[in-house]
Design a protein around this ligand. Sequence first.
Ligand code: NI
Length: 169
Amino acid sequence: MIRPILKYGDSILHGKARIVDVITPDIDRLIEDMVETMYAAPGVGLAATQVGVPLRIFVVDISVGRDPNGLITLVNPEFVERDGVQLEEEGCLSVPGFNATVMRPMRVIVKGLDRHGDPQQYEGSGLLARAFQHEMDHLDGSLFVDRLRGIKRDLIVRKIQKLTRAGKW
Ligand code: NI
């Protein structure tokens, strides 16, 4: 089932997500819905907070479904390593219509549980590293807009406020 994606300004998006204690059938269903929602959008990643569930779960597929082995699901993800720097244009399904250049690590190793509760570890560089960091940020209540500074950030926030006031956000 495709779930509605919350937009910048919704309190769940801006709060810290909780650790998952047990992968219940409800959580398995949530993960299935997150995958469907991500592909339908389409997007390369989705965090549970974006569908209104404040739990530490994200899905990532930088191939957007083209690579049958491209889907990564992580429950209770943690960074193992992060190094290097990349500067690339980035967007977010919760901030539709806006992009900005964001500084991210070039290489990331993350570990967590898959949807069966088995431990998994993934290494990513470039876009995959960016996606891991972007989704991890979501679980801590941070969106790419929050990573920007000064005028760039203010400009996007002001435009969102204007759209919100006009009932178009
Ligand atoms: Ni996002």
